[in-house]
Ligand binder design. Structure first.
Ligand SMILES: Cc1cc2nc3c(=O)[nH]c(=O)nc-3n(C[C@H](O)[C@H](O)[C@H](O)COP(=O)(O)OP(=O)(O)OC[C@H]3O[C@@H](n4cnc5c(N)ncnc54)[C@H](O)[C@@H]3O)c2cc1C
Length: 402
């Protein structure tokens, strides 16, 4: 078996992987290679044909495809090698990955690996929605790819499940394709929602309990909070949000996952439990803004550079735990004198007025912060946690609570 060697292998050419590769190549990390299973690099933004990208990180408002092109351009210009149509299928050893691409199978070994494989929305099957198995059942990612990348007809009457920002992207994409959205349905209570030029009925505290139809979807049965059930006629349903990290490759490599996020557990330097393997972007926490994924990629690159310079791989560290109504926090491991976290990404299980967040260890408060935005399930909640001075290396887990 021939093994090709590079300095850094980045898996996934979305915002996180491209930003990491750009920084690494520009800093002279040697041979930096990015592998991407799609035919084009750029990740999810390639098919988000709406604005809302680039304003804070690139100082200009861009559509998703413009943003993706810009990140690809920067990575290539910095000297990183992008290889598209190449899927990483498994591990042949520590920091040694098996790939399949147009030239056939290959084994690539690296001094450091950055996993940036992103996240996907839970499809109908993973949400255990009962009923028949007709055509017309999509996630937002599938919808956008069908409409914006492949110019396909997706349907004429749609129900959108969810009321997070990505659900509104789904409504806009459906409109762009000529389909009408008959309702948005959410299990959550009614909340303030982004405005649409033509509003769509929002059914709050409502559950999808059955899909109907044989070859093609003909309707969905809904159950409302008061126990009533109704049937909505539609030929398309789009399941939005409810992200799951694309963690199969990490799992296949035996890399420890966090029980809350289901992504690789990482410390404040984006280090996984496997020496030389880093992880960044939505793989760590599901759906965040592209800027957040790209910032994590750049920050992880600094830590990769220190690793290439010989910084020793640290021991286990202190686990980060959360208290309800928080579901999880990223990073999942902290260390006394470890690097300052870029931020803690948190998710609550219930809507909350702007919360006050406490970080403590064994009852000692290390940091407190009043957040300015209300918290909503499935939406980003960020905590800038500073240095976490006062961590006791012999103490218990670090607790984040409200
Ligand atoms: C519908 C929708 C609308 C959005 N709107 C906005 C918005 O308006 N503004 C905003 O800032 N953000 C938006 N986002 C979020 C943004 O797109 C993501 O935060 C960002 O793309 C995450 O970057 P990433 O690099 O972590 O992952 P991704 O962009 O998902 O990239 C991961 C890449 O890894 C590749 N990959 C995975 N596994 C392998 C493998 N085994 N081998 C090779 N390659 C692999 C994938 O093909 C993919 O290209 C939106 C997302 C969606 C779905």
């Amino acid at each position: 078996m021939t093994v090709r060697t590079v300095d850094v292998l980045v898996v996934g050419a979305g915002p996180a992987g491209l930003a990491a590769a750009t920084r690494l190549a520009a800093a002279g990390a040697g041979r930096v290679e990015v592998v991407e299973r799609e035919q084009q690099a750029g990740g999810i933004p390639r098919h988000c044909c709406h604005g809302g990208f680039g304003l804070r990180d690139l100082q200009r408002p861009l559509s998703g495809p413009e943003y993706a092109r810009r990140l690809v351009h920067d990575a290539v210009r910095s000297g990183a090698r992008l290889r598209t149509g190449v899927t990483v299928t498994g591990w042949a050893g520590p920091r040694t990955l098996e790939t399949v691409g147009p030239a056939g199978p290959e084994t690539v070994s690296a001094r450091a690996v950055v996993l940036a494989t992103g996240a996907r929305e839970r499809p109908r099957s993973a949400r255990l929605v009962p009923g028949t198995r007709p055509a017309g059942v999509l996630t937002t990612g599938e919808l956008q790819q069908a409409v914006h990348l492949h110019d396909q007809w997706v349907g004429s009457r749609a129900v959108v499940v969810g009321a997070e920002p990505v659900a509104f992207s789904a409504v806009r994409t459906l409109r762009a394709s000529g389909a009408e959205t008959v309702a948005m349905v959410t299990e959550q209570p009614r909340t303030r929602v982004p405005s649409l030029r033509r509003p769509v009925p929002l059914l709050a505290r409502t559950y999808v309990v059955e899909l109907l139809g044989r070859r093609r979807l003909t309707g969905v049965r809904l159950r409302h909070e008061d126990g009533r059930t109704t049937t909505l006629g539609c030929d398309t349903i789009v399941f939005t949000g409810d992200w799951i990290p694309d963690h199969e490759l990490a799992r296949r490599g035996g890399i420890a996952l966090d029980a809350g996020t289901r992504g690789p557990a990482v410390d404040t330097a984006f280090r996984t439990a496997e020496p030389g393997v880093f992880a960044a972007g939505n793989l760590l926490h599901g759906g965040e803004r592209a800027r957040v994924a790209a910032e994590e990629g750049s920050a992880a690159a600094e830590d990769v550079l220190r690793h290439l310079d010989g910084e020793p791989w640290p021991g286990p560290g202190l686990p980060v735990r959360v208290e309800a109504p928080l579901l999880w926090a990223v990073p999942n491991i902290v260390r006394p004198h470890g690097p300052r976290p870029v931020r803690f990404v948190l998710r609550p299980s219930t809507p909350l007025a702007p919360p006050r967040v406490l970080v403590s260890q064994d009852g000692r408060v290390l940091h407190r912060q009043q957040l300015l935005m209300p918290a909503r399930p499935g939406r980003p909640l960020h905590l800038r946690a500073g240095r976490l001075d006062g961590l006791d290396p012999e103490g218990g887990p670090v607790l984040i609570s409200l």
